[in-house]
Design a protein around this ligand. Structure first.
Ligand SMILES: [Zn+2]
Ligand SMILES: [Zn+2]
Length: 257
């Protein structure tokens, strides 16, 4: 059974569900999970992103759920009704209440915000001193460990999102990797092997091989996520994930759904 647990539809910044379903069928998947962006934290910058990008699945998930129910009769893959939630430690109770109410098939948790902006935002970090960038990477991993320890989510997304930003890339340390790995070993939250970066020029899987070597020392299994926003991303991303699993001997698992 191969499931892609992390894709996006036009209920956030992805493509219409039917096009993603057809692409999942063509890629030979057994299941596809729609994990649209959703912000319920009170963080000011995330609230701005929510309004600007329409990351408001909290307002629309029931409509999407009805749509997926109708599409199930026309799909040769299993469809999962999921969510990618932005996580900030101070907003755990808001996230918990929302997830309890909404009753998704599963929830993916993500740290996207760092120093009041997106972790991807190269311009924001490029002029900072080495010491400051190292401090910020540490702050990113603090939030990630808190996410894993919160037990709010079934899946922890793109563990080393800082690697997607050239200004932050390569600054993570082995002790940060070990903190995350130990937290995952003790948590029911499963990490994701994420292909959101493989089609970029500097294409790599999250987590990078050095991080994966550390994770493999711990009792941790992974699920696969293409993080596809367009149907044409699904097949090459899933192929890259499967190749990485085979090359690095990554233990994989499935969520019980
Ligand atoms: Zn994400
Ligand atoms: Zn995503």
């Amino acid at each position: 059974m191969t499931v892609d647990y992390h894709t996006h539809t036009n209920y956030s910044d992805g493509s219409v569900p039917m096009s993603m379903i057809r692409a999942a069928e063509e890629a030979g998947l057994d299941g596809i999970g729609f994990a649209d962006h959703c912000v319920v934290t009170t963080d000011e910058w995330l609230q701005t992103v929510k309004r600007a990008w329409g990351f408001n699945l909290d307002a629309t998930y029931e409509r999407r759920r009805e749509g997926l129910a109708a599409l199930r009769d026309h799909a040769d893959v299993r469809l999962f009704d999921a969510v990618e939630m932005d996580y900030k430690p101070r907003d755990e109770s808001e996230v918990a209440v929302f997830l309890d109410d909404a009753g998704f098939d599963y929830a993916v948790g993500s740290v996207h915000e760092l120093d009041g902006t997106n972790v991807h935002n190269e311009g924001h970090f490029v002029d900072k001193s080495d010491a400051e960038r190292e401090r910020l990477v540490d702050a990113y991993f603090d939030d990630l460990v808190a996410l894993v320890e919160s037990e709010l989510f079934d899946v922890a997304a793109h563990l080393d999102l800082v690697e997607r930003n050239e200004a932050l890339r390569g600054l993570a340390t082995e002790s940060q990797y070990r903190r995350v790995a130990a937290a995952l070993e003790a948590s029911s939250t499963v990490p994701e092997l994420n292909a959101g970066r493989v089609r970029d020029d500097d294409g790599e899987i999250h987590p990078v091989p050095g991080f994966m070597d550390v994770l493999l020392e711990y009792d941790v299994e992974f699920v696969l996520g293409s993080d596809a926003h367009e149907p044409e991303d699904i097949d090459p991303c899933v192929a890259a994930l499967e190749k990485f699993v085979a090359t690095h001997g990554v233990p994989t698992t499935e969520l019980s759904l």
